[in-house]
Design a protein. Structure first.
Lengths: 327, 270
């Protein structure tokens, strides 16, 4: 009796799976995100909606930190993660690979013009960055190297908005903030702050990664997601205003407060102008730059030249997508 | 004469008995620590999780961080808000607690605040603290106090409330002034429970300081934990966490011994 029940259950399950795996690649993919979806994530959310239309349902799970997302992917609780898990891959040999460069770091060093005007003025001065080992710290260190200066000390103040607030209050005089907070500083105190130029920083801000096993076993679903992300990246780079319509079309972030909603278009206009969304999802050359950059950030150990890009990246999905979509 | 000798022998055998018992306890304790470390080592080698290093790696990381001075340096930074916060809480807490126990008016004002604070999830209040006190030392001291103060105050209050009423009546019947009642009867009788509150306050302070350093700005051991986690050096991260736990456990054990020595003569031989 028990046996036949089990048999029926197995048959039902098999039938269910056969139906689910029918004509379309119907599948649910869990994506772990070390942040709360907001204005900056809109392009990604649009792409996920379009992937759903093609039969790949993306379930976005917000976790507290980027490295918890990586843990979730390693332990199999999430299929895909968002971030730059270079340290995890190198130091604990996590069997995961990045496969799509979604955005590059765009941060703006700002100084209080009462005290400083250019990079040279920061020699021997104190600056504030997000955290030890963060991209913001690496950018500031890289610029110090380029300009032959040394800071007296680096303090760690997490959150661009917190650092921008401290700049306005005058408790810090030099820091690095994101685009939204750079605009905030310019609006609240026109002329009081100057943005210092940075050249040649193209390190990955957010990349998608998954276990090597998932990338081979679910290549079809990964391809759908990569294609849609690249399409949206190209669309918003060509026409940043389109994101506002797309948000309405898909009903994304319905609870966004009006003042944040007003930020959408300027944010995407600025990011598009700064080429923040790579049109081809990254490349071996871009990844090689990352190795040097994240070495400076303390994420990676060893001589960048001795590190192998293939240990960190799998360009198969983006290569297939670019072949399909064109350059 | 014979009786005296027999008594001496009895005393000597009791002393050697207790010494033997002491050694046996020590052996069992060490065995328990050894078992824990071995289990950790095995769990790390399986591994339970890629980010869970075996005990030996953590020990090596600990030694490395001691040798390069990063751990002692960070710990000194952490001690600042801890000592300030616990010190202020101790003074303020004992005064407030005793005052609440003695005066119904103060009890009426203070008790609800501290009972609510003790039940509040303080981690959720940390952002509020930063809105008012910014992101510097002041905020961290406040967070330590948010955790340490309620338990010290409430223990002081209950201690004074539960003072033996017949002792108070006796003092009064000997024509003791109110000041004498408080200084000669209430405080001495309440001191064991007040001291227990201080010990619990120190333990809460440890929780508070690590919370503050993880949630406000990463400094001291909080910085070491977040940094090593961010760069996936998990052995170092666990070494820092283990060090904080061991330090706090040793401090609390020391305080408990002090408490027994000062206030609990009945437990001294146990």
């Amino acid at each position: 009796m028990k046996r036949s029940m089990l048999g029926i259950a197995a048959a039902v399950a098999a039938l269910g799976m056969a139906l689910a795996g029918g004509a379309r690649a119907d599948q649910t993919v869990t994506v772990a995100f070390g942040d709360v979806p907001s204005v900056e994530s809109l392009a990604m959310l649009v792409a996920f909606e379009r992937a759903r239309e093609r039969g790949v349902t993306v379930e976005l799970v917000s976790v507290e930190e980027e490295d918890i997302a990586a843990q979730a992917v390693v332990s199999g609780q999430a299929d895909i993660g968002i971030g730059t898990p270079y340290a995890m891959i190198q130091k604990v040999k996590a069997p995961i690979r990045m496969f799509l460069q979604m955005s590059v770091l765009r941060f703006y060093p700002v100084v209080n013009t009462e005290f400083y005007r250019e990079w040279k003025d920061l020699d021997g001065q104190e600056i504030a960055v997000h955290s030890r080992g963060s991209g913001t710290e690496a950018i500031m260190k890289l610029m110090a190297q380029k300009h032959g200066i040394a800071y007296s000390s680096i303090s760690y103040v997490p959150g661009s908005e917190v650092r921008a607030g401290a700049m306005l209050e005058g408790t810090i005089k030099a820091t690095i903030v994101d685009a939204a907070n750079r605009r905030l500083l310019e609006e609240k105190a026109p002329g009081r702050f100057a943005v210092l130029p940075i050249e040649g920083v193209n390190a990955t801000d957010e990349a998608l990664y998954a276990s090597t096993e998932f990338l081979t076993e679910h290549a079809a679903a990964v391809d759908v997601i990569v294609e849609e992300l690249l399409k949206v990246a190209r669309e918003v780079t060509a026409d940043p205003a389109s994101i506002v319509k797309l948000r309405e079309q898909y009903g994304l972030l319905p609870d966004l407060p009006a003042d944040l909603a007003a930020e959408i278009e300027p944010y995407f206009a600025e990011s598009a102008a700064a080429q923040a969304f790579p049109a081809n999802g990254g490349s071996a050359a871009a990844a090689q730059d990352d190795l040097a950059f994240y070495g400076l950030a303390g994420q990676l150990e060893g001589d960048p030249a001795s590190l192998n890009v293939a240990d960190f990246w799998d360009f198969g999905p983006t290569e297939r997508a670019v072949a399909k979509l064109g350059q | 004469m014979a009786l005296a000798r027999r008594m001496d022998e009895a005393a000597a055998s009791a002393a050697s008995d207790s010494a033997r018992r002491g050694t046996r306890t020590l052996v069992w304790r060490l065995a328990s620590v050894g078992l824990f470390c071995t289990t950790w080592e095995i769990a790390g080698r399986i591994p339970v999780n890629l980010a869970f290093p075996p005990f030996s790696e953590v020990a090596l990381a600990f030694a490395a961080m001691l040798a390069d001075g990063s751990l002692p340096r960070a710990f000194l930074v952490t001690l600042q808000p801890l000592v300030l916060g616990v010190g202020l809480s101790a003074v303020l807490g004992v005064v407030l607690g005793v005052a609440m126990g003695l005066r119904p008016g103060i009890e009426w004002l203070g008790a609800p605040v501290f009972i609510v604070l003790q039940a509040a999830p303080v981690a959720a209040l940390v952002p509020l603290v930063t809105f008012v006190y910014g992101i510097g030392l002041a905020s961290k001291v406040i967070v330590v106090m948010l955790l340490a103060l309620p338990v010290i105050v409430l223990n002081g209050y209950k201690a004074v409330r539960n003072v033996n009423p017949s002792l108070v009546a006796m003092c009064r019947s000997f024509q003791g002034t109110p000041a004498q009642v408080v200084l000669k009867v209430v405080l001495p009788d309440a001191s064991p429970v007040i001291f227990a509150g201080l010990r619990l306050g120190v333990s809460a302070g440890f929780i508070g300081v690590v919370l503050a350093e993880l949630l406000i700005t990463p400094t001291g051991v909080g910085d070491l934990i977040t940094y090593h986690r961010a760069v996936a050096e998990y052995a170092h991260m666990y070494a820092v966490i283990a060090f904080v736990i061991v330090f706090s456990a040793v401090t609390l054990a020391g305080l408990q011994r002090l408490e027994i020595a000062l206030f609990r003569p009945e437990k001294r031989t146990a």
